[in-house]
Write a protein that binds this ligand. Structure first.
Ligand code: DGL
Length: 278
């Protein structure tokens, strides 16, 4: 990593966004990364848009003003759906801000043959209908469903727990029945929350095998690479030790250190506690 490498700030309400960071590191290991999980105020998914916008703007400013981020990846569907404009306003216009909704909808558009897609996410994401708007703009029919119990289960590390399987089965059965009742023939399921990729193995056991799963972490990372291609020097085959990554959390540092590596697919290193104020 050299001073010329771009700094990419990645933000989520918790650890879920580490799945996006993982996809980014796989594509651009030579960049400098700063990640913040606003664990003190998680979950965002049950809060109002005003509160989510205020919290998200504070994290965005921290990444830009204190960590020097030139790119911001909003690795949280809830904040992307409800606070993208507030985040853009909170940072200088020279900072590129990328959310996860548009890349997710774009990937669903590429994947679906029936043009009918299902989306699961937090209450706030679903109520915002951001996915419905983004999918409809691409000619897709969409059915969204909130699955509020999933984020706490993932944050608890219950990624393969029988209780989580039962909860998922209840949500996905309901979604599938509702889709049939509406005459939809969905062939694509969008994981509209950055915590859900951790549940992918369980989800794959429940849904029909021909159903495609969209993990917006992958499509978001691809989109950032498109923005970065001018700024990014060629990779110098970095070793894992060469990775420049600082991880911050607003609370639960110990839990973050314990569980974060599962999301990131590598050790997170030391998590630094940060106080973003009110
Ligand atoms: N990871 C966030 C998302 O993608 C949800 C977690 C929360 O509710 O704070 O929507």
């Amino acid at each position: 990593v050299s001073a010329a490498d771009p700094t990419i700030g990645v933000f989520d309400s918790g650890f879920g966004g580490l799945t996006v960071l993982r996809a980014l590191i796989a594509r651009a290991p030579q960049a400098r990364y700063a990640f913040i999980g606003d664990t003190a105020r998680l979950p965002y998914g049950s809060k109002s848009s005003r509160t989510i916008a205020r919290y998200a703007a504070q994290s965005a400013r921290f990444l830009v003003e204190e960590q020097g981020a030139e790119y911001l990846v909003i690795a949280c569907n809830t904040a992307s759906a409800l606070a993208l404009d507030a985040i853009k306003e909170a940072v200088p216009s020279s900072v590129s801000v990328i959310g996860v909704i548009e890349p997710g909808a774009e990937a669903a558009h590429r994947a679906s043959k029936t043009r009918d897609v299902l989306v699961i996410g937090t209450d706030a994401t679903v109520q915002s209908h951001a996915y419905t708007a983004a999918c409809r703009a691409r000619g897709l029919r969409v059915l969204e469903m909130a699955c509020p119990l999933l984020v706490p289960l993932v944050e608890e590390g219950w990624n393969s727990h029988p209780v989580t399987t039962d909860v998922l089965r209840i949500y996905l059965d309901k979604l599938s029945k509702e889709a049939s009742a509406q005459g939809l023939k969905p062939d694509t399921l969008v994981l509209g929350c950055t915590h859900y990729p951790l549940l992918r193995p369980l989800i794959e056991q429940i849904i029909p095998s021909e159903m495609k799963i969209i993990d917006s972490a992958e499509s978001t990372a691809d989109k950032l690479m498109f923005h970065l291609c001018h700024d990014l020097p060629a990779p110098r085959k970095p070793t894992p030790d060469d990775l420049f990554l600082r991880c911050f959390a607003t609370d639960s540092v110990e839990k973050f250190e314990r569980l974060g590596s599962r999301f990131l697919g590598r050790p997170t290193g030391k998590i630094e506690l940060v106080d973003l104020g009110g």
